[in-house]
Ligand binder design. Structure first.
Ligand code: COA
Length: 258
């Protein structure tokens, strides 16, 4: 079977008024490929257009929400010299959701597995979760508008620690700095995430969407600024992907696997 014939390991379905998306690539701890980004963006678009859907819920697997972009895909991008179109489409769609997004994290949340949380409305994490963005160590820069949303949400010092210094945050720290809303036992993670999503979905929908939009249209950090920042970061990211620093980091990751 060629890679293109394989099923994309993203499962999307609707349960009542909740559109759930599950990453399901256990062998790679939910590292995200171009095909997975495309499947996620398609699922979100469909859920946004579905009048039955009130809330998006995004889940990973036990022990791994996501380890971020697939490093082999990064290596492929160094040959094209551009950030994959699927990634950009995924990021623009994430930043443009109108319906609330609830994310449940159990375990590893690396790279975009952490920066995507800055776009969520409610994040539930298990106590064994770990949040880390090793952009600098990979010769890269923060993405997903985290260079804008991170300092706003966390303040510069904490955002720098997470996004530039690559310091891992455990669940308690992530909750203390406002990256996640609530920390629960790993066994309770999925139930709590579902309860959270269903409780939101039971509220008056138009009011929920209108309130969410108002909270998000903060001066200097509204949707237009977020989308513009995604593009600016992508240009820098593409330049960094072509750098000797990134090549050395990707080679070290490949060598580590053998
Ligand atoms: N891209 C590609 N493959 C990845 C991956 C990623 N982002 N994250 C994990 N994997 C793969 C590993 O290569 C390994 O594959 P293999 O079994 O074919 O060798 C498999 O997933 C399991 O991961 P492993 O490294 O064995 O698990 P671990 O518990 O020892 O370490 C991590 C987990 C997350 C610390 C480690 O996998 C890692 O550093 N991954 C890269 C994370 C990253 O830098 N992401 C990009 C952020 S911008």
């Amino acid at each position: 079977m060629s890679p293109s014939e394989k099923t994309v390991p993203v499962v999307s379905e609707r349960d009542g008024a909740v559109a759930v998306l599950r990453l399901d690539r256990p062998d790679k701890k939910n590292a995200l490929t171009a095909a997975m980004y495309a499947a996620i963006a398609d699922a979100w678009r469909a859920a946004e257009a579905d009048p039955e859907v009130a809330v998006h819920l995004w889940l990973g697997l036990p022990g791994a929400f996501s380890t971020g972009n697939d490093i082999e895909d990064f290596v492929a991008m160094t040959r094209t010299g551009a950030l994959g179109g699927e990634i950009l489409d995924f990021l623009r769609t994430l930043a443009s959701l109108e319906k609330p997004l609830v994310i449940g994290v159990d375990g590893l949340a690396i790279g975009v597995g952490t920066t995507a949380l800055l776009h969520a409305d409610l994040v539930i994490a298990s106590e064994r979760s770990l949040f880390r963005t090793p952009f600098t160590d990979l010769g890269l820069v923060p993405e997903a508008a985290s260079s804008l949303l991170g300092p706003r949400r966390l303040g510069h010092a904490v955002a720098f620690e997470l996004l530039c210094a690559g310091v891992p945050f455990d669940a308690a720290r992530a909750a203390a700095v406002g990256l996640v809303n609530r920390v629960v036992d790993a066994e309770a993670l999925e139930t709590t995430a579902w309860e959270t999503a269903r409780a939101l979905a039971a509220k008056p929908r138009a009011a929920l969407v209108a309130g969410r939009r108002l909270l998000r249209e903060v001066p200097g950090c509204g949707r237009a600024e977020i989308l513009a920042r995604i593009e600016a970061e992508a240009a820098e990211f593409a330049a960094r992907l072509a750098s000797p620093e990134a090549a050395a980091a990707f080679a070290a990751f490949a060598a580590r696997k053998k």
